[in-house]
Design a protein around this ligand. Structure first.
Ligand code: SAH
Length: 260
């Protein structure tokens, strides 16, 4: 039988003080027994991952704390558990991948944009295995995460259950339409890359909100547009309009329309 240690549903940081005697006062998950092929204390391996992220230049303390809390090994297949805390993307089934921790941390840091407290409502497009959604739910008041593949949506539901995240809403549908019922969003983050940012996302972003997404990099030669790869893009919506910043090259699975 697998032990299911409890999970701190919220981080006990300076920004989110937990009341005395509250269940939230626990700041670290109970250590896992050396089971499930992990073979080591999972808090220690996560801390090592967090140090690696810091070395890569991630400095947002809230992002680092959240990455140190969510048990990434619960989101990958048992055969891959030993690689769960390496900075690598891993297959999650149906041809999709969980992004590497460095990319997740980088995107969440961009999304937070130096915010001092918790973000408001956030939309994630591409739930996948639910890992990034779980990390996000420690950084935002409400998280809506949408997935177009039923099999992964169901898997994510199972994966996040242990964490009992009341502010995380997993949705099955086509994220290219966004999720209007939750709008406007303080942040929108996409884990799949399309040719352009869908207009629905821009419309559903609050004024003052920020969107982080991979999109097809501008083609150098029109004939080779597909080979041009992707870049990380940040959109800031202000009263005066939308400002776009193109950042480094990235490699994400394609954003597709419809559900399957
Ligand atoms: N953040 C995820 C990464 C999953 S990979 C994780 O932590 O595991 C990206 C996911 O985006 C895939 O599961 C893919 O099915 C999904 N996706 C692609 N196009 C989509 C769309 N239009 N709407 C919702 N999800 C989409």
């Amino acid at each position: 039988m697998k032990e299911r240690p409890t999970f701190p549903a919220k981080l006990a940081t300076a920004q989110h003080p937990a009341g005395p005697g509250s269940a939230k006062a626990r700041s670290l998950p109970a250590p896992l027994p050396p089971a499930q092929g992990l073979g080591m204390d999972s808090v220690a391996v996560r801390m090592r991952m967090v140090h690696l992220l810091q070395k890569q230049g991630v400095s947002d303390a809230a992002v680092l704390a959240a990455m140190g809390t969510v048990e990434r090994h619960r989101f990958v297949d048992s055969a891959l558990v030993n690689q769960a805390y390496e900075d690598t993307s891993l297959p999650i089934g149906l041809g999709q991948t969980i992004s590497k921790p460095g990319v997740v941390a980088r995107m969440l840091e961009l999304l937070r944009n130096g915010a001092t407290g918790t973000l408001g409502r956030v939309l994630e497009v591409g739930t996948g295995c639910g890992y990034q959604a779980a990390v996000l739910s420690l950084l935002a008041r409400e998280v809506y995460s949408i997935e177009r593949l039923r099999g992964l949506h169901d898997k994510a539901r199972d994966n996040v259950r242990y964490a009992r995240l009341a502010n995380l809403h997993l949705l099955f549908g086509d994220g290219m339409q966004g999720f209007a019922a939750g709008a406007p969003y303080a942040g929108i983050i996409a884990a799949a890359g399309g040719e352009a940012v869908p207009q629905a996302w821009v419309d559903q972003l609050a004024v003052g909100g920020r969107l982080v997404a991979p999109i097809a990099a501008p083609a150098h030669g029109a004939l080779h547009a597909k080979a041009a790869g992707q870049a990380l893009v940040v959109l800031d919506k202000t009263a005066a309009g939308v400002r776009q910043t193109v950042l480094e090259a990235v490699h994400f699975v394609p954003l597709k329309s419809g559900v399957a």
